[in-house]
Ligand binder design. Structure first.
Ligand SMILES: [Zn+2]
Length: 60
């Protein structure tokens, strides 16, 4: 009987700020797994300032 060993990996998930690409305001924070999504993420989110859904991109 093979014993299943649980491998606990400490995955660093940095906090990512999402800014609206139209008004450049920071509004959302998210976390992503850098190994799963190495590319820059682009989320369509509702912006309070633009009052519409705008693409939010990550910033540092
Ligand atoms: Zn905006």
């Amino acid at each position: 009987m093979a014993q299943k060993g649980k491998i606990q990996k400490k995955v660093k998930r940095p906090l990512i700020k999402l800014i609206c690409t139209e008004c450049k305001q920071r509004y959302y924070h998210t976390r992503k797994n850098p190994t799963n999504t190495p590319d820059r993420i682009n989320h369509l989110k509702f912006c309070k300032i633009c009052r519409k859904r705008t693409p939010h991109k990550e910033t540092k």
